[in-house]
Design a binder for this molecule. Structure first.
Ligand code: SIN
Length: 191
């Protein structure tokens, strides 16, 4: 579906799978857990603008196409009257490589809806792609940008997914690796 079709006036669900799930920062009337099939959440997008700087970018999540995967996140229902302004705000917030895509949401009661979500595809200049877990954890542990530290982004995502009962192996492993690195630094400093 084209972006233009995704912005039609009767569509007012917005799907978040990263920072949007804990900091939507737009007016919404309700929110609920939802899934998109065929997409996997991955820390494969460099962040030189929010959780890092151009010389030392952080890593944030995007959705990567994977026919075997389902990504759970949070869908926010916004009033149609606010939708255009919300999209304009999100276009600005997600401007580093993310494009608005129309996706089909599935809810846990079996119902479905169309939604807009922001995906940073493999052709955008900040696409970082996969890396060994330790390298990604080290990058996240170091990076800091105008929106705060990259480790805070990871910790908030891990905590919110846990609260929602959403399992994500990569998020959990990265969080454990960054925490373990912190523990080693504290241990070394105390000696
Ligand atoms: C999202 O949260 O849905 C997009 C990625 C991000 O801003 O973390």
């Amino acid at each position: 579906m084209t972006r233009r079709a995704a912005q039609r006036h009767d569509m007012h669900w917005i799907f978040g799978y990263g920072s949007l799930i804990w900091r939507p920062d737009f007016p919404y009337t309700s929110s609920r857990k939802a899934a998109v099939r065929g997409w996997r959440r991955r820390f494969w997008q460099a962040s030189p603008d929010h959780r890092g700087v151009p010389a030392a970018p952080g890593r944030v999540v995007t959705l990567v196409a994977d026919a075997a995967a389902t990504c759970w996140g949070v869908a926010f229902q916004a009033e149609a009257a606010h939708f255009e302004a919300i999209v304009a705000m999100l276009d600005e917030r997600e401007k580093n490589g993310y494009d608005a895509h129309a996706v089909t949401l599935e809810f846990d009661d079996g119902s479905a809806a169309e939604a807009l979500t922001y995906i940073a595809g493999p052709d955008n200049p900040s696409f970082a792609g996969p890396a060994p877990l330790g390298a990604m954890a080290a990058q996240i542990a170091r990076a800091h940008g105008p929106s705060g530290s990259n480790r805070e982004y990871l910790a908030r995502l891990a905590a919110t997914l846990l609260e929602l009962g959403i399992e994500d192996d990569e998020v959990a492993s990265l969080h454990a690796a960054v925490e373990a690195g912190d523990g080693m630094i504290r241990h070394t400093a105390a000696r």
